[in-house]
Design a protein around this ligand. Structure first.
Ligand SMILES: NC(=O)c1ccc[n+]([C@@H]2O[C@H](COP(=O)([O-])OP(=O)(O)OC[C@H]3O[C@@H](n4cnc5c(N)ncnc54)[C@H](OP(=O)(O)O)[C@@H]3O)[C@@H](O)[C@H]2O)c1
Length: 278
């Protein structure tokens, strides 16, 4: 049976390089997906001009109709896939002019709620022994949340998706009444990626009896549109560790840093001792 891989948000940046690397190393069919069809098909053409053979499908993870169309397509065309990389994400930089409520709603919608909705609908079509890789961030480390009480709830090995959803809702409510910063910190991106990591570990626990492994990766500070070209690593180099984890990791429940180190999610903040930036 032909192997199938899917990458979200892959028309540019890290996602594009993940598709490129999979075309070279995955030995199966690789779907480059994007919310904008023109940008996605152009990205696919670019890879085809390099002699690679990605396939294209439109997928906006915030749009339930788009998700349904994609899941239906996969179900009918392939039945099952081997690898899902949830890469699509957004970040409002510190100087963003949008009101905080808008930043919180959009960041949580794209980076957490939609990843969960999409992944949950894809689960029946992920092969036993398959892989789910969530592209997280250093911002997803649990130490980034100030409240010990919230950290304890998130790190509970019995945490369910319903409980995680409730915690994320608590955060959104706290933002509305202006009481979020003391408990959750000032960055909606941090909350979104911490929640994404918590979801990764929930998934891994839920799916381990099927042999499905769910992992998350911090790809580094990547020179992409997200960082307005700032960063310390090119998207091509940043794709190397996620590709290694996607193609080679035998374990699930991993949080892997851009240098390949396996980081303890609920341990000390790794940025200082690994990146030497503190
Ligand atoms: N850059 C960094 O330093 C850094 C560090 C840590 C983690 N990350 C994570 O790495 C991942 C890739 O980031 P990047 O640096 O490559 O950023 P990027 O160049 O801005 O690419 C983000 C991708 O996500 C897509 N996307 C956004 N919303 C979407 C939606 N609703 N449905 C489908 N696709 C959507 C974008 O599509 P459009 O082109 O249509 O907008 C784009 O293809 C993200 O999850 C990010 O959080 C990045």
């Amino acid at each position: 049976m032909e192997k199938v891989a899917v990458v979200t948000g892959a028309n540019k940046g890290l996602g594009y390089e993940l598709v490129k690397g999979l075309c070279e190393r995955f030995f199966g069919r690789v779907y480059l997906t994007s919310r904008d069809e023109k940008r996605g098909t152009e990205a696919c053409e670019k890879l085809k001009n390099e002699g690679l053979s990605p396939e294209y499908h439109q997928l906006d993870i915030t749009n339930s109709e788009s998700i349904k169309r994609f899941v239906y397509f996969i179900q009918n065309k392939h039945g099952l896939i081997d690898l899902l990389i949830n890469n699509a994400g957004i970040l409002f930089l510190k100087d963003a002019q949008e009101p905080k409520s808008e930043q919180v709603d959009n960041t949580l919608l794209v980076n957490f709620d939609s990843v969960v909705s999409f992944t949950e609908l894809m689960l029946p079509y992920i092969k036993e022994d398959g892989i789910i890789l969530n592209i997280s961030s250093s911002s997803g480390h649990l130490s980034r949340i100030p409240s010990d009480e919230i950290k304890k709830k998130l790190a509970n090995p019995g945490l369910t998706l319903a409980e995680l959803d409730e915690l994320v809702q608590d955060y959104k409510d706290a933002v509305k009444n202006g009481s979020d910063e003391e408990m959750w910190g000032s960055s909606p991106y941090v909350v979104s990626k911490v929640a994404l990591n918590a979801y990764t570990f929930i998934l891994n626990r839920r799916l381990s009896d099927k042999g499905i492994r769910a992992n998350c990766v911090h790809p580094g500070y990547v020179k992409s549109d997200m960082t307005k070209g700032l960063g310390t690593i090119t998207p091509e180099d940043a794709a190397k560790v996620p590709l290694e984890v996607a193609l080679e990791a035998e374990d699930g429940g991993l949080y892997v840093w851009h240098d390949g180190t396996r980081v303890q999610w609920d341990g000390p903040d790794p940025r200082g001792y690994i990146d030497n930036i503190l």
